[in-house]
Design a protein around this ligand. Structure first.
Ligand SMILES: Cc1ncc(COP(=O)(O)O)c(C=O)c1O
Length: 409
């Protein structure tokens, strides 16, 4: 019998407690997270978790080898299945599931294609863009100049005419679409035409909306003209934490793919890749209905909260076409005397998990099986617990217990 140390026992307790709490007792409304399927979880915990493969042909002390490791006959087949499924789902001929996260996928795409001194237009964080693309973060590593792409439309959506004008004026090496606060699709086709006319590339960071695109909703960036699509695999896409990258342009893929290993990372975490491959295949079966449910629920939740007096962003545009809706923060504070941080702190002990920056997401609750018709009930609970300060714990627990398994898997 193994005698575990006190710290090991504490660790086991915290993991069990976490799994019970986040997996069974609360509704998660974070737009950045989702629930991984039982099959994908099994693969995460499989033998692959401790294995290497490095399928690169090289010579070592005069001997030709096609992998530095042995014992990889299944690993390489698993990866091939994943790459093929990603290419099918996102409509590009070339894909890799190796990037370890959305951020690493962005690095993987951009670093090999943009020499130092390149100019990039990206949506700034003040308008919901990803912080990693702001000056001082990824661009600082490569001496790229970043300028803000005009995105002051409803909910931070891109303003087409000013964006096209800026592309004509600046002639950037790349335009980077994608946001962390992401409500509406972009006019990808028009932007792609303008960027290509001036000799640049169009990147589409689909981290937040990957699961909607996989379900055939929101938009179809590669077919609409984006040169590269990349992003996280664990937000609206319900895979394990990780990243992927897809393109239809062979010449770009030939510059990216060989540059991944030893520049961006070494080991690509093959248990993650097996779990991600499983998720890609799940999406091929259930993705369309899942994505429809997610978007219908986010729109319904926007309406219901607005009917209860919550100031919401982009009301006139129907709140959202994605898995997120946003509180209108200044009007919210004016009306209720609190911001999104305070709201989230009030609701977490009651069993409703929200982020502290005013986004609400319907991806994970849809995956559980909560339906658009139930958004009225959810809105009333949010108001009751978050604004009226009533005790809603029992009702949330009871309601959550009705979803012991995932509806979409
Ligand atoms: C738009 C966008 N891109 C990239 C990332 C980074 O993703 P990851 O956490 O998977 O590295 C995020 C994270 O939230 C994001 O919102």
């Amino acid at each position: 019998m193994v005698t575990r140390s006190p710290d090991e026992r504490a660790l086991a307790r915290w993991v069990r407690a976490h799994n019970r709490w986040r997996g069974r007792e609360v509704f998660n409304l974070l737009p950045s997270e989702n629930a991984v399927s039982p099959t994908a979880k099994r693969y995460l915990a499989s033998d692959l978790a401790g294995r290497y493969t490095l399928p690169i042909s090289t010579t070592f002390h005069g001997e030709a080898i096609d992998n530095s490791y042995a014992g990889t006959r299944y690993t390489d087949r698993i990866e091939e299945l994943g790459n093929r499924a990603a290419a099918r789902l996102f409509h590009g001929r070339f894909a890799t599931v190796r990037p370890l996260s959305g951020h690493i996928a962005a690095l993987s795409a951009m670093a090999p294609l943009l020499p130092s001194g390149s100019k990039i237009l990206a949506i700034p964080p003040e308008q919901g863009g990803y912080d990693g693309y702001a000056p001082g973060f990824i661009p600082a590593l490569f001496q790229w100049e970043v300028k803000p792409l005009p995105a002051g439309g409803p909910g931070g959506s891109v303003r087409l005419e000013p964006a096209l004008q800026m592309i004509r004026q600046e002639r950037p090496d790349a335009v980077l679409l994608g946001q962390s606060f992401f409500l509406f699709p972009y006019p990808v086709r028009e932007i792609a035409e303008e960027v290509h006319r001036s000799g640049g590339l169009l990147f589409y960071d689909a981290s937040h909306v990957l699961g909607l695109i996989a379900g055939g909703l929101f938009q179809d960036p590669i077919r609409e003209g984006a040169d590269l699509l990349f992003g996280s695999t664990h937000k609206s896409f319900f895979g394990p934490q990780g990243g992927l990258l897809v393109t239809d342009r062979e010449e770009l893929f030939q510059r990216i793919d060989p540059a991944l290993v030893w520049r961006i990372f070494d080991n690509a975490h093959w248990n993650r890749i097996a779990a991600l491959t499983q998720t890609l295949l799940e999406f091929e079966r259930v993705g369309a209905e899942y994505a429809r449910t997610v978007v219908e629920s986010s729109q319904r939740l926007g309406h219901e909260l607005s009917d209860l007096g919550w100031p919401m962003v982009a009301e006139a545009q129907g709140f959202s076409r994605s898995h997120q809706i946003h509180l209108d923060l200044s009007r919210f504070r004016e009306r209720f005397g609190c911001g999104p941080g305070e709201l989230a702190r009030r609701l977490e002990p009651q069993g409703l998990i929200l982020d502290l920056v005013g986004r609400l997401g319907t991806a994970e609750i849809s995956r559980l099986g909560v339906l658009p018709d139930e958004m009225g009930r959810l809105a009333r609970l949010l108001k009751s617990g978050g604004i009226d300060r009533r005790d809603i714990r029992a009702e949330v627990r009871q309601w959550r217990s009705e979803y012991p398994t995932l509806r979409f898997e």
